[in-house]
Design a protein around this ligand. Structure first.
Ligand code: TYD
Ligand code: MG
Length: 455
């Protein structure tokens, strides 16, 4: 038991609280993540006293004034798209991602664009000095009079300055560097990060000012990740992709004001992040045209269809039983599909290593990619290439049946737009698509039919 009643132990990975120190977190399974955190009585009392809505009495639904949901454009199309069409007044947006991926870059670009439109933007930075930001800003061509920098990490001072300046938009880079005096634990700990986010939430809701927070995620979980904040904020945007590729994907994993899973695609250049309006083109531009084991499939990312290349390499194993490795695709799903191939198509893969890769660092987690994965494996196994003008999609079940997927029409249109000549899809999705110009649409019911149609 903790000696001090104000003291609790908090898992720095998932935020679970305990009265005593625990070696392994029962919730998230991480080791050595519990840290003692002490609350000052005032903070503890405030927490105990309940929510900020304490004095509010119930309101009749019909008497609430309806509001036109006005959105402010960030001036960056791909960013507007992930936000659900622009910035909503009073919203709290968290932008997460690994260090160096481009969080500061995108928020500075947004700040620049907004201030050019005449909005007053306050950029609070605890990570870099104003000189460093200026240097970065000059690289990005920023010269806006309405942009104010505040190198400060004390939450209370930040709020005081904000009160004075009355900005239209506040950006905090990053939440892990800001600390609240009310809480004793170190900046970046779960209690700190939560309290700071809570205070900005209150500020955003009371003043109607949108607030952007950036936050690092680390695999080790040593710094309290934005994961613990996801339920507090309105919108969570995550940077995907890695630093070895030039493109960056921002995905809305949660959005109270728009579609979740919507993505924005950017390219990191010398002038910062440049929106990519046609991602399919980007992801296919390096496709080998005459190689075996390469297949193009159509995924839905939010409301947007996207063509991606799935690659497979099947080769005799040097060890006893073959390895299965998948990058950008769920490992378990891959194993399941390999089992289906063995059973339903009679391929002997037990003595082979099977490697799967989604080109360009994309991640797909849709069953609609099943048929593409299977076609890629079959192509590599049989050493026959899939014609480059063919695109496929469809979910595959355990009996080898090809099942219909959502939004077939949108997917088919995208394949057509990108100049594909033949599309292989589930028979149940074929209806209404026969008349698409310039592309032959073939419906298949099971794997045998699919193989016949593809090769
Ligand atoms: P940054 O936005 O500082 O990352 P984060 O805030 O997520 O830690 O991005 C830093 C990386 O981006 C760094 O490797 C340099 C690169 N970069 C460019 O390639 N071009 C640019 O115009 C800028 C500003 C950064
Ligand atoms: Mg940064």
């Amino acid at each position: 038991m903790a000696k001090d009643p104000q003291s609790i132990y908090v898992c720095q990975n998932c935020g679970r609280q305990a009265r005593k120190w625990i070696g392994q977190c029962p919730d998230c399974g991480e080791w050595n993540t519990y840290v003692e955190e002490r609350f000052r009585p005032s903070a503890a009392a405030a927490v105990a006293a309940g929510s900020r809505f304490r004095d509010v009495s119930p309101i009749q639904f019909t008497t609430i004034e309806s509001q036109d949901e006005s959105r402010t454009s960030t001036g960056i199309d791909e960013f507007n798209r992930v936000l659900g069409g622009g910035i909503v007044a009073g919203s709290l947006v968290l932008i997460g991602g690994s260090p160096g991926i481009g969080k500061s870059t995108i928020v500075l670009q947004v700040a620049n664009s907004l201030s050019r439109d005449g909005l007053k933007v306050l950029y609070v930075s605890g990570e870099e000095s104003e000189r460093q930001i200026k240097m970065r800003g000059e690289r990005l061509g920023i010269a806006a009079d309405n942009l104010f920098l505040l190198p400060e990490t004390n939450l209370q001072s930040v709020l005081v300055e904000t009160e004075k300046l009355r900005p239209d938009v506040v950006i905090v880079d990053s939440i892990q560097t800001v600390f609240s005096e009310k809480i004793e634990s170190a900046p970046g700990s779960v209690s700190q990060v939560r309290d700071v986010a809570g205070q900005f939430m209150m500020f955003a809701k009371q003043t109607g000012t949108p607030v952007f927070l950036t936050g690092h995620v680390t695999k080790e979980g040593s710094i309290a990740g934005p994961k613990t904040l996801e339920h507090i904020v309105d919108t969570v945007l995550y940077f995907e992709g890695d630093r070895h590729h030039n493109h960056r994907i921002i995905r809305a994993t949660k959005n109270r004001f728009g579609a979740a899973n919507e993505i924005g695609v950017f390219e990191m250049t010398n002038e910062g992040l440049v929106p990519v309006s046609n991602p399919s083109e980007l992801f296919l531009q390096e496709r080998p045209e005459h190689a075996t084991g390469s297949v193009v499939t159509v995924c839905m990312e939010g409301t947007r269809p996207m063509l991606v290349e799935v690659q497979a390499l099947v080769s005799g194993t040097k060890f006893g039983s073959g390895r299965r490795m998948a990058q950008g695709f769920d490992q378990n799903r891959a194993s399941l599909l390999i089992a289906v191939i063995e059973k339903r198509l009679g391929f002997q893969l037990a003595g082979d290593d099977v490697f799967l890769n989604v080109a360009g660092g994309m991640e797909i987690d849709e069953p609609a990619a099943d048929l593409g994965v299977i076609a890629a494996i079959a192509s590599s196994f049989r050493n026959i290439q899939v014609p480059p003008e063919v695109a496929v999609f469809g979910e595959v079940g355990l009996t080898g049946e090809v099942r219909g997927v959502l939004q077939a029409q949108t997917r088919a249109r995208e394949a057509q737009t990108l100049g594909f000549k033949k599309l292989i899809l589930p028979e149940s999705n074929r209806k209404g698509l026969e008349k698409l110009l310039g592309i032959r649409v073939v419906g298949v019911r099971n794997l045998e039919e699919a193989m016949e149609a593809i090769f």
